[in-house]
Design a binder for this molecule. Structure first.
Ligand code: PLP
Ligand code: SF4
Length: 324
């Protein structure tokens, strides 16, 4: 019951919710063309995001991120199932370590949305019943790790109890001094972020806490995301954002500048702008490097330096994200 009121798993229900007037608008009908009704990476969108789409100045930029298209079926050279080398860097079912001192935890397989450009859309997720214990055992023997990054899936999709277990297991390791959460829920399911609030409020006393949101367009930010960010900031969280550069969504200097400004107005600084990871089925979102660099050069002319994200690409096997 909860589900049918908060998320859509059927494209038809989602479109019904948006309504007829909306779907017949010309720009939107273009975005609705070529849908794949039975995608391998299934459709999922929250009601909150549907409301954002309804109120967006540019609804197509949001629609493109969640609507499954037949283009995803196209096989393109160089686009593979594991584009960022997650498999060779897996230390256990749920621990991935690529970089010095930092480990990333696949906390859960679920997200508040299924982004069509997701770099882990082909990741062999399995439900890991005892994430907390696995992480704890691994950290016991890896005392060089000082920052733990909770990723996924979306770590804030865990039930409050499981999320607390995981954080408590990490907190037992004095070598870990920083906790980072990578999440798209402030713009997908702000209600679920608030479920964890009691714990999130306590954490800055124990760790250096960083929340890295994933927001790609200014229209994804609204008063609810502002509330989530304001409360976290008030408790001492550092707030950063990462975006993916996406054709048809945000490959435009005005759009990127507006995103940086709106993030800042909600207390969040841009961190990374990622060049698309080459996962199977995402090639139609690709923006080439010269265009990407010139977009950054454009926004640098109109923004303070601290609002210009670092343009990076992940290259499997490298010791950090690589500047483009
Ligand atoms: C991106 C990533 C990180 C974080 O890298 P930063 O440059 O510190 O943001 C850490 N671990 C893995 C496996 C990653 O993919
Ligand atoms: S929120 Fe992140 S991990 Fe989840 S579907 Fe979107 S891009 Fe993929």
């Amino acid at each position: 019951m909860e589900n049918s009121r908060t998320v859509f798993t059927q494209i038809s229900d989602f479109l019904d919710y948006l309504g007829n007037d909306f779907a017949t608008n010309f720009a939107i009908s273009k975005a609705l063309a070529d849908l794949d009704p039975t995608p391998k990476f299934p459709f999922l969108c929250s009601r909150h995001y549907a409301d954002l789409i309804r109120n967006a100045a540019d609804p197509t930029a949001l629609l493109q991120q969640i609507l499954p298209k037949k283009e995803e079926l196209k096989k393109v050279d160089g686009f593979v199932d594991d584009p960022v080398g997650d498999e060779p860097a897996r230390k256990s079912d749920c621990v991935i370590q690529k970089y010095d001192g930092r480990a990333l935890i696949i906390s859960t397989a679920t997200c508040g949305v299924r982004c069509r450009f997701c770099f882990r859309k082909n990741f062999p997720f399995q439900d890991i019943p005892d994430v907390a214990r696995q992480v704890s055992d691994w950290l016991d023997t890896h005392t060089d790790i000082w920052e733990v990054i909770l990723s996924g899936g979306d770590p804030l999709m865990l039930s409050p109890g499981k999320f607390r277990d995981l954080v408590e297991a990490i907190a037992m390791h004095p070598s870990v001094t920083a906790l980072r959460i990578h999440t798209r829920l402030p713009v997908m399911r702000p209600d679920l972020v608030m479920q964890h609030f009691e714990l999130l409020r306590e954490l800055p006393a124990r760790f250096n806490c960083v929340l890295v949101s994933h927001v790609n367009h200014a229209d994804e930010l609204d008063p609810e995301s502002a509330t989530v960010f304001a409360q976290l900031r008030y408790c001492g969280w550092t707030l950063l954002n990462q975006s993916v550069l996406l054709k048809g969504v945000n490959n435009n200097a005005e759009t990127l500048a507006a995103l940086s400004k709106k993030l800042f107005s909600q207390g969040v600084l841009p961190y990374y702008l990622h060049q698309l990871d080459h996962a199977n089925g995402v090639a139609h979102f690709e923006v080439n490097d010269p265009e990407a660099r010139s977009l950054i050069a454009e926004i640098r002319k109109v923004l303070p330096g601290y609002l210009v994200p670092r343009l990076v690409r992940e290259i499997a096997g490298e010791k950090s994200k690589m500047p483009v």
